[in-house]
Design a protein around this ligand. Structure first.
Ligand code: MN3
Length: 205
């Protein structure tokens, strides 16, 4: 997935890693339910909702733009946004043990959040503070790095932010492995699974 392309087809993509690649932070069981059931359900529902309408054959991004802020299109918007967010989430993660460009990340973050440890702390605080289901994001907004959170289904780029990475904080993302301990899931993902190469690429670094 290239974030700059913004031309995502309405389909369930293959994961960019194997089912056990995120263990022990995210189990194969969680991954298979999350991708094969939850993510797939958003895709299937979206296909069903747009069938026979003028949105059929549009990209996920075009559907999101066409249905944003319209009360009668809420269901289409929600499912399209969740498809987009999940695609982006999978690419925000890398197999456990992947060598990450951490020196480059520290260089990039110099003077912002104090550095990677402070960024992770602030990101975890935002992820935990998100009330109910939603997403935590690292975004570029007006050329500044920001941590953002969105409720349920919302994509940050509709507000003009450039998403760099995201962590899904819906319960289905962690409940099988962490039960109610969202903070433990978020911290483990931030420490061990974030695909910093992807974040840097999205930031144009
Ligand atoms: Mn999810």
């Amino acid at each position: 997935m290239k974030i700059t392309d913004m031309s995502t087809p309405v389909e369930l993509p293959q994961l960019p890693f194997g089912n056990t690649a995120l263990e022990p932070v995210i189990s194969a069981n969680t991954l298979s339910f999350h991708h094969g059931k939850h993510h797939k359900a958003y895709v299937d529902k979206l296909v069903q909702l747009i069938a026979g309408t003028d949105l059929e054959k549009k990209t996920v991004e075009e559907i999101i733009v066409a249905t944003a802020n319209q009360a009668d299109k809420q269901a289409v918007f929600n499912n399209a946004a969740q498809v987009w967010n999940h695609n982006f989430y999978w690419h925000s993660l890398a197999s456990a043990g992947t060598k990450q460009p951490l020196v480059k990340v520290e260089e990039w973050l110099k003077g912002v959040y104090g550095g990677l440890d402070d960024l992770k702390k602030e990101f975890a605080d935002a992820a935990v503070a998100q009330f109910g289901s939603g997403w935590a994001w690292l975004v570029l907004k007006e050329y500044k790095l920001q941590i953002a959170k969105t409720s349920n289904a919302m994509v940050p780029w509709l507000d003009g932010a450039v998403p760099l990475l995201t962590v899904d904080v819906w319960e289905h993302a962690y409940y099988l492995d962490y039960q109610n301990r969202r903070v433990d899931y978020v911290k483990a993902v931030l420490d061990q699974l974030i695909n910093w190469e992807f974040a840097l690429k999205n930031a144009g670094v």
